[in-house]
Write a protein that binds this ligand. Sequence first.
Ligand SMILES: Cc1cc2nc3c(=O)[nH]c(=O)nc-3n(C[C@H](O)[C@H](O)[C@H](O)COP(=O)(O)O)c2cc1C
Length: 201
Amino acid sequence: MTTRALLVTSSILSENGQSNALANHFKTKTEAHDVVVTHRDVVANALPHLAIEELGAWQTPANERNADQQALAAHSDELLAELRASDVLVLAVPLYNLGIPSQLKAWFDRVLRAGETFRYTENGPQGLLEGKRAIILAARGGQYAGTELDSQTPHLKAMLGLMGISDVDVVFAEGLNMGDAQRDAALKEAFQAIDQLVETL
Ligand SMILES: Cc1cc2nc3c(=O)[nH]c(=O)nc-3n(C[C@H](O)[C@H](O)[C@H](O)COP(=O)(O)O)c2cc1C
């Protein structure tokens, strides 16, 4: 059966981005498999910060929205449709200032939508996306995996978990700014890990 992958890239460095190199490797590897990849570059198609007008548009019934509200709601509706249509979400994520790129946060702000991807219950929030898995391809200049300074991985897992995606694999390419030897070894290892994950799709 065909696997539908949504590949979200978020590097500001375009073709020089190392997370984009990981994403490209993933894309190339899937070509020999029954995998259809939809690519969403959240930098090339950057969204503004989430603001009250957009929240208001979501809270207005679709048939009562004015033209501005229709345009604002379309941002999220399009991204939600892409996410819902996927079996696996692949996030290629640079580490910028110890966090995720703000463009990726803007994407999460559009898909983490109460009533759509999660709902509030008396036992706390409940994810509404079922049967999806996620793969995080993390590119970093330094080395943080498994340390307290890696607040990025728990943050990403928490946001995915809120929507009900708890099956998450992480591929790290770390120490990319720590010399050529370290960079080459980290990328090689990450490419191999991606190859193995593609076999599981
Ligand atoms: C604006 C900016 C902030 C960065 N902040 C960090 C950081 O906090 N820690 C780190 O290890 N590397 C940091 N780096 C290095 C990146 O993580 C590294 O270049 C990685 O390859 C980024 O992914 P990309 O190449 O796909 O953009 C930063 C790079 C940029 C451009």
